[in-house]
Design a protein around this ligand. Sequence first.
Ligand SMILES: Cc1cc2nc3c(=O)[nH]c(=O)nc-3n(C[C@H](O)[C@H](O)[C@H](O)COP(=O)(O)OP(=O)(O)OC[C@H]3O[C@@H](n4cnc5c(N)ncnc54)[C@H](O)[C@@H]3O)c2cc1C
Length: 519
Amino acid sequence: MQPSIGTLVVALGLLGLASAAATGRTEARGEAAVTASAASAGSHCCQILKIAMGTKISLPNTAPYNQSTGSFFSEQNNAITPACVVSATSTRDVQEAVGILSTLSLVGQYSGSGCQFAVRSGGHTPWAGSATIQDGVDIDLSALNHITPAEDKKTVSIGPGNRWNDVYLKLDALGLGVSGGRVASVGVGGLTTGGGMSFFAPRYGFVCDTVTEFEVVLASGQVVVANAKKNRNLWSALKGGSNNLGVVTRIELEVFAQDKFWGGIVVYPVSTAPQQLAAFVNFNGQSKFDEYGALINSYGYNKNQGGWFVANNYEYTKAQEYPPVFTEFTSIQPQLLSTMRISNMSDFATEMEGSTPYGRGQIFYTATYANDLETITNLFNEANTSLQPVIDVEDLVWSLSLQPLPTQITKWGDINGGNSLGLHESSGNLVLALISASWPNPSDEEAVTKALVGAFDKANAFAEKKGTLNSYEYLNYAHKTQTPITGYGAENVAKLKAASKQYDPHQVFQKWVPGGFKL
Ligand SMILES: Cc1cc2nc3c(=O)[nH]c(=O)nc-3n(C[C@H](O)[C@H](O)[C@H](O)COP(=O)(O)OP(=O)(O)OC[C@H]3O[C@@H](n4cnc5c(N)ncnc54)[C@H](O)[C@@H]3O)c2cc1C
């Protein structure tokens, strides 16, 4: 699983070509002409990639480069300028790019000239540099977007570059469902390898728990499959292992028969917050959890919309209106708006897209607590107190979301072959808390970040004292200053490190892929 001698020789040969190019000569392979210009630290890597991969490599100030680098969810990521973008259209492309980059890095580490790279699927992670890299090489998987349901309708094979809504549109038409993200344009690759919360979580667990097989390009450029029978430790490690073990190029997910179901959003005034918080704890602590009920309980603030409000997502993944499990919530009055209806997954995901616009500064920060009313009430109060110093930030959107993480969800990891998350039925009923904020003016980032992190500093100190703080920090919601992998617990970190040593012996994904959360 080390880079083959062949790859090494080819890359060394290419290095020779590159140094010739650096003198001002132009080398060409097919249509790929490379003009030497040491524009950035990664430019020599890009020159070599361009020689090997031609039009799959795009350089700054070209349409494909601008399209890729300008299509991240957060403005912080759109501001990053990699030296080039690899637009992979096949597993073979990923193999070639990773093989070359690994080899160059292993050779270059002795001269301080390796190739740092980033792996990007949907590009939805808000923090700068999670899935892109300044002056390095972005491997953009957007075009790995096949969606192929198996003939027996038990699984679907999907490319990591898909957006969830494309998957839903295809499966809705077939009367099939799949666990996936709840907002239409969120990417498949990052969400699945980081965990994945879906409306179907009580029925099937985290999205990663429904993966029956990964296809992975290892640091060596070798492609392997990982499933319950083959490379089983890689399969379970990747369920939460993010980009630490290789580049996932194909994901097989379980599918199930799924008709239209009941769901939507109900908006209330913030004066209902005490009732909402109590209803949340009761929902999360159901003695016999109704597996069809999914909830996101959100407290949002935006001055242009009149300040604080409560906006809840209720989804009952059956065509049954107003099921008893939501009665405590749906009887809260007054209700300012309701979109509750029977519809399909793609319609609900499209509705959710409306409240998460692109083109703004973004931050996510997360924590996990025991299902305790006093703890989440305190978090709500801290979210409000910490907002005050930044309340006048132009068009600030500030939102606290609470999601149930009961044993009905966490039990599935162990049932389905294990994952890396460190959550088990024995973890008890938990609350997944997220505060997100967005703003249009880049100069406001520092103040908003300080305020938001401050809310969690205080809320976590309170919870720690009360014994209700859980070490789990959901990787897909975590801020760059958080340590979600440490939160998986020592045993899982050890398993991830062992898998990393086995499948990436030269630690390419630890040393040369600095974005994301490392082991
Ligand atoms: C508006 C919005 C809505 C969201 N809704 C949900 C939701 O409903 N449920 C939920 O669980 N989360 C949700 N999230 C969080 C989401 O899961 C993460 O942002 C996730 O990383 C998005 O996946 P992506 O493919 O866009 O990731 P990217 O930003 O492209 O990548 C994220 C990380 O994963 C790595 N990575 C990506 N693809 C691969 C791959 N193929 N192989 C190896 N590593 C890879 C990247 O290197 C990077 O470090 C939401 C986020 C936003 C901004």
